[in-house]
Design a protein around this ligand. Structure first.
Ligand SMILES: *Cc1c(COP(=O)(O)O)cnc(C)c1O
Length: 395
């Protein structure tokens, strides 16, 4: 073996020894009812982000096919060159109407949005304040910005206020938070964040990747549910989770959106989203607004599921969404838990450091409106039983 491969192989072996090595798991088929086939076995998929079951919805598939037939499968250029099709503009207008903002802009993914947006808004001499449990794409976005950044303890408004006070002199201050935290499944204290940013003259950016389609009367997110859309300067969200397809948006004022057209490098230097994706985006936005029963069912089921796990003695942390973690702690035990569930027909991936803090390994269950109530009840029972066998949650 070349020394190049030997060095990398050693690195992988080190990860293996700490139970931190990750491997790709191929999915052989996507089946109705929120199920998948893996290695010949049919599993209830409790690890996907397809919260409303739209990824396989015939109306989204049809819209994607229609857009491809009419516009082709590629957008042929980046947005500022000749990649802005009428379809991009239609979807952006639909997002602005959905979010109740003046304008909106699409990004190629949630990751691309977060790495582009932050650096477009803050520079040297500015300061960013970020919740410690924010998504990795926000962290990467902060690394790309020349501004200083501080990570405050999860949902700790006192610490955030101290930081805001200490940095009164900074040119611009930007607070960034997930609205629904992706591994704990809890919500940001948006109302208090809005009050704080107003008191200190800071700006607020929220990431509604897990909130869009799930929270709010229209499904526009946690900001909508709490009546705060107008108070939040930068509202980012994705089409890749509850909306069933791919891509992301940022909604806000007209000058905000034009600043992104001019300064967000991930927007400027990447080929525009392709027509089939835009077709699916548009159909997803319509269905989410027309069919609120999907999200009501999802949140009702999530609350039942959480209650069943808690009654079974499992620690579900502070979850209050369709994302329900069970804290295990030890990496090897989290892997054993996931493997035992898989033998019983449940797909739930163990989330380990660095995605979570050291000692914070867990299973993360994400529910979908595609799941039958009966099957979720059965799944909760299995999870409790296996958890008890493995001593999860025991003191
Ligand atoms: C999934 C996720 C993203 C990334 O979105 P993609 O469209 O998958 O790139 C960003 N932020 C949060 C909070 C997420 O959960």
């Amino acid at each position: 073996m070349s020394s190049f491969d030997a060095i990398l192989t050693q690195e992988l072996a080190d990860l293996e020894a700490r139970h931190l090595r990750r491997r790709l798991q191929g999915v052989e088929a996507v089946l109705p009812g929120g199920k998948i086939r893996v290695d010949g076995q049919i599993l209830l998929n409790l690890s996907a982000n397809d919260y409303l079951g739209l990824a396989t919805e015939p109306r989204l598939i049809g819209a994607a096919q229609e857009a491809a037939a009419r516009w082709g499968v590629g957008s042929t250029a980046s947005r500022l060159i000749v990649g802005t099709l009428a379809l991009h503009q239609e979807v952006e207008e639909a997002v602005a109407a959905f979010k109740g903002t003046a304008r909106a802009v699409l990004f190629n993914s949630g990751y691309a949005a977060n790495v582009g947006v932050i650096a477009a808004l803050v520079d040297r001499g500015d300061v960013i304040f970020s919740d410690k449990l924010n998504h990795a794409s926000i962290i990467d976005g902060m690394r790309l910005a020349a501004a200083a950044f501080y990570r405050y303890p999860h949902r700790d408004l006192n610490r955030l206020e101290d930081l805001l006070r200490q940095h009164r002199q900074a040119r611009r201050r930007l607070i960034v938070t997930d609205s629904v935290f992706s591994v704990d499944g809890d919500l940001a204290p948006l109302r208090d964040l809005v009050a704080l940013k107003e008191r200190y003259g800071a700006w607020l950016m929220i990431d509604e990747a897990h909130g869009t389609g799930v929270f709010g009367a229209k499904g526009a997110g946690v900001a909508e549910a709490q009546g705060l859309c107008e108070a939040i300067e930068v509202q980012m969200g994705t089409f890749s989770k509850a909306l069933g397809s791919f891509g992301a948006y940022v909604a806000g004022s007209a000058p905000l959106i034009e600043v992104f057209h001019n300064r967000a490098r991930s927007f400027i230097y990447s080929t525009a989203l392709p027509p089939p994706v835009l077709g699916a985006m548009r159909a997803g936005l319509e269905i989410v607004q027309q069919e609120p029963a999907r999200r009501r069912y999802l949140l009702d089921q999530a609350s039942l599921f959480r209650q069943r796990l808690q009654e079974g003695g499992l620690p579900t942390l502070t979850s209050e969404s369709q994302i329900i973690p069970v804290l295990v702690g030890d990496n090897a035990r989290a892997l054993a838990y996931a493997a035992a569930l898989r033998q019983r027909g449940l797909m739930a991936v163990a989330i380990r450091p660095p995605t979570v803090p050291p000692g914070g390994a867990r299973l993360r269950f994400s529910l979908s409106a595609a799941h039958e109530a009966e099957e979720l009840a059965q799944a909760a029972q299995t999870i409790v039983q296996v958890g008890q066998e493995l001593g999860v949650g025991a003191r």
